[in-house]
Ligand binder design. Structure first.
Ligand SMILES: *Cc1c(COP(=O)(O)O)cnc(C)c1O
Length: 395
């Protein structure tokens, strides 16, 4: 492992977490399964303490398999103090929120948040006496007007789920820091490679590693990376809730992480080619891709991001749900299923208007979300061309 300041992200992806002291030089940290760990004597057991990274203590505190992944993720975020792993992205989001909120607090939540994030706020947090107020994803520095005495945290997701509004993350974080309010970002779309969140002023950055970190559609995993000021609360809260990930899952995630740079570049190139092609089709009213000028917040993307990933939506020009279902069902190269970030392309019918409470979302027709995978992009375009040619005609 190199600790040169000038080491670039692709080099960090290859080298991160590979400590010889942990794995004796094995290149990809192997699967170390454990619950009980035996000590030489009582004194050695006492010295192992409560389970620090690098000291085997008890299975719940992890083994080199999980430590390597957590350390590699921390190294991708300049300014980060540490990373905790979780059994899913949703677990990462909920524990990160529990780490910063107390009964009586108010949370400002972006209106374009992932639906299960909203459900956690409206359900569990409401029962704990935390009030959630939803805000316009394009609010920017005007978030200052919403911050009151009880506001403890602001949750961001950029670009937003389904509709891809790019938030002014640095402006919101600057206001929050001035007012002593914690910021949390769901950075799953960009990953730290395309948007290093801690450096942009975010306190706690969250990934559904299920998506691009794992990259192969075969593991559920989440992570939260914190800056110095929020690391202790994150660590204590995740320990208290007994959060643990299996070494097999961590091993697959570390293996996926090594190739994330090259995968993301292909997802970006193919995704952009499909998005630009779609934007020119008469059956398509709009393409919501952060790198295209028509996407709300596109200027923030240009200013803050190092690239795009492979997930975006498009709005059809008229037609109904049945026509949309026929279009998706007829595609040969796009799978129909939840999640994204794997090597394969996916198409999903989405209806964001139903999820909004602070803003409204108008559409010319039904919406489809695409994940552009690693297939040949011309095959994908030909598939979509066949589908659109028949769009709107009765079955
Ligand atoms: C999928 C997803 C999550 C949840 O992650 P899981 O690993 O499926 O629990 C959170 N945020 C965003 C933006 C997602 O797309």
């Amino acid at each position: 492992m190199s600790d040169g300041e000038d080491v670039k992200p692709d080099t960090r992806l290859v080298q991160g977490g590979r400590r010889k002291a942990w794995t004796s030089g094995i290149v990809n940290p192997p699967v170390w399964r454990a619950s009980t760990i035996l000590f030489d004597d009582v004194e050695a057991m006492r010295e192992a303490g409560i389970g620090r990274v690098g000291t085997l203590h008890y299975g719940r505190s992890g083994t080199p398999t999980q430590w390597a992944l957590a350390e590699a993720l921390t190294e991708l975020e300049p300014g980060a103090a540490g990373t905790r792993l979780f059994p899913s992205g949703v677990a990462a989001i909920s524990i990160a929120l529990m780490a910063v909120l107390r009964p009586g607090d108010e949370l400002l939540m972006v209106d374009s948040a992932y639906a299960p994030t909203r459900a956690f706020c409206d359900g569990v947090l409401a029962r704990q006496g935390v009030t959630t107020r939803y805000y316009d994803p394009l609010i920017g520095a005007n978030i200052a007007d919403l911050i009151g005495d009880k506001t403890r945290a602001i949750f961001l997701e950029s670009p937003g789920s389904l509709t891809f509004e790019v938030q002014d993350v640095p402006a919101i974080c600057a206001v929050a820091r001035e007012r002593g309010v914690a910021t949390l970002l769901d950075n799953t779309w960009a990953t730290p490679l395309l948007f290093p969140a801690i450096a942009a002023g975010v306190d706690l950055t969250i990934l559904s590693c299920t998506k691009y970190i794992v990259g192969h559609s075969d593991v559920m995993l989440g992570s939260v990376t914190a800056n110095e000021g929020h690391w202790k609360a994150l660590e204590q809260t995740s320990r208290a809730f007994g959060q643990h990930v299996s070494p097999d899952d961590a091993w697959l995630a570390t293996r996926g992480l090594r190739t994330m740079g090259v995968r993301l570049r292909q997802h970006e190139a193919s995704g952009l080619k499909v998005a630009r092609w779609l934007a020119e089709q008469p059956q398509v009213a709009r393409v919501l891709h952060p790198a295209l000028p028509g996407c709300p917040g596109h200027d923030h993307w240009t200013r803050d991001f190092r690239g795009a990933s492979g997930l975006f939506s498009f709005v059809l020009n008229g037609g109904d749900e049945a026509a949309r279902a026929r279009l998706i069902d007829g595609l040969q190269h796009f799978g129909i299923g939840y999640s994204w970030g794997g090597f394969e392309s996916l198409a999903l019918p989405v209806d964001p208007a139903k999820l909004r409470t602070a803003t409204s979302h108008e559409q010319e027709g039904p919406m489809v979300r695409l994940h552009i995978g690693l297939e040949d992009v011309d095959d994908l375009i030909a598939d979509l061309a066949r589908g659109l040619a028949g769009y709107g005609t009765a079955a």
